[in-house]
Design a binder for this molecule. Structure first.
Ligand SMILES: C[S@@+](CC[C@H](N)C(=O)[O-])C[C@H]1O[C@@H](n2cnc3c(N)ncnc32)[C@H](O)[C@@H]1O
Length: 204
């Protein structure tokens, strides 16, 4: 059972009772990808408790998929605004359809590559190993985009450089990450789930 700490009467609550229930917002082919590619609700709770550190905070999910992190974060943290950028157009469509069904206002989805965004427009970041698909012998969401080891390294380096420019106090949560994208100016504030879930903060 997954629930908010504050009482809620909103209609959306029933969808957040379990991962299984939440996935019913999506078609079967998207549900089948869930165990490998979409963040579990319990992880969203832990990550957003850390990232939503003040009212008005802007949180970007880098590679937002079908919008699970942003939508459940927006429901759990009504004082924060969640942004998702996703390179696959059809996944943005599923995210927006789910947003409409849930009636959440504090979430926005952009179709595009995260390299097109100015990361300084956001305060904190969530990253569920988005570039991993570029490596050989990994589970792919589909074959609609090009994959390569060069892209994997390029994206990691790009994100690393952008995170370096962010101000002290910037928070990042990584899930299933090797940590290549995190500069040395960030320190680990906490670790959960046998090192799979990491909470970072820029300290210098
Ligand atoms: C593992 S899924 C995570 C989805 C979502 N963040 C969640 O936690 O449920 C990673 C997503 O990142 C997207 N992605 C990978 N590289 C990207 C890039 N360069 N720009 C935008 N999206 C990207 C993929 O298409 C995929 O949907």
């Amino acid at each position: 059972m997954f629930c908010k700490t504050t009482s809620t009467t909103d209609n959306a609550a029933k969808w957040f009772q379990s991962d299984f229930r939440f996935h019913q917002l999506y078609p079967a082919d998207m549900r089948r990808l869930a165990s490998q590619h979409w963040t579990p609700l319990q992880v969203v709770k832990q990550a957003t408790d850390y990232l939503a550190d003040r009212a008005g905070v802007r949180i970007l999910d880098i590679g937002s998929g079908i919008g699970k992190f942003c939508l459940s974060g927006a429901w759990l943290q009504p004082g924060a605004t969640f942004y998702g950028v996703e390179q696959r157009d059809n996944l943005i469509g599923y995210a927006q359809a789910a947003q409409h069904a849930l009636g959440l206002q504090n979430v926005h989805f952009y179709h595009g590559n995260f390299t097109q965004l100015n990361l300084s427009d956001y305060h904190h970041f969530y990253c569920f190993n988005p570039f991993y698909e570029n490596l050989k012998n990994t589970d792919k969401i589909d074959d609609t985009i090009a994959f390569s080891a060069e892209l994997y390294h390029y994206y990691n380096r790009f994100l690393h450089r952008q995170l370096e420019y962010m101000p002290v106090g910037t928070r990042v949560v990584t899930f299933h990450s090797l940590g290549n994208e995190i500069p040395a100016s960030y320190q680990l504030a906490d670790v959960w789930m046998d090192d799979m879930l990491k909470f970072w903060m820029k300290y210098k």
